[in-house]
Design a protein around this ligand. Sequence first.
Ligand code: PGA
Length: 264
Amino acid sequence: MLKRLLIGTNLKMHKTAAETAEYLRRLQELTADISREELTLFVLPSFTALERANAVRDGSVLLGAQNMYPAARGAFAGEISVRMLREFHLDIVMAGHSERRHIFGETDETEGHKVGCALENGMVALLCIGETAEQRDSGSADEILQTQLHIGLKRVTPGQCEKLWVAYEPVWAIGNNGQPATAAYADERHRVIRHTLLKILGKAGTNVPIIYGGSVNPENAVQYIALDSVDGLFTGRSAWYADAFNVLLRRVLPVWRSRATRRT
Ligand code: PGA
C-alpha cells in the first residue's frame, strides 16, 4: 500500500486562467491543514492557465498538463511540446484520457509515445485507460485494459516506475451521462491492472499507483478508497469547486488512515 493517498482533478476545458488561479488558491487554503505526508493532491489545468496557476502555487498541490505532443519541437501546428511544458516546471503529464481517445481518435500507440516522452523528461506520466460500454458488455474489458497497458507502457523501463501513475476510468463511467462503477467492478479491474503492471514491469510495478476515476462524488468516493486495490481517485465534476473537493477529501482521508492502520 502506498503511503500517500493520491487524488487529483482534470479541469478539462472548464476554467479560464483567472478562474484556475482562484480555484487553486482556494484549494490550497482549504487543504492547508492536511499533511502532504498522507495526501498527494494534483490539478491539471488548461494550457493557457498554466502560467497563472504557477504564479499562485505554494507547493502543496502538484500541477500537470492534460496533454502534450511527444516531441521537443517540430512542424506540428496547434500542438504543445514537452519543451514548452518544461518551462512551467510541471510535475505531471496526462496521456490517454478517454476524451483524447474517443473524441480526438488518439491510439494506444500515441499514448505510449506521450508516456515515454514525459518520463524521459523527468515528469510523472499519468496514463489513463478504460473500456467502453460495448467492450464491457462483450466481456472484453480486461483484454482492452491489458492492451492499453502493454502498448501505453512500451517505452517505460522499470527504473522509471517511480514516476508512473495509472488511472482506471471506464469510458461509460465518465461525465454527465456516466454511471459510476460499483466498488466490486472497480476492484476486479484494478486487480487485473496490477497483475498486468507486474507482468510488464516486474517488481517495479508493485508501487505504481492505480487510481479510479469516473463519476466519483463525495457520496461514493469512500467505497473506492476502502478497497485495497485502489490507491486514489481521479475526479472531474466533483472537484471543480474547491469547497466541494475539500469535502470529498475529508470524507476519504479517515478511510485511508484506517486502511493504513490495518496494514501495520
Ligand atoms: P467525472 O470525470 O468525474 O466528471 O466523471 C472524470 C474524468 O474525466 O476524469
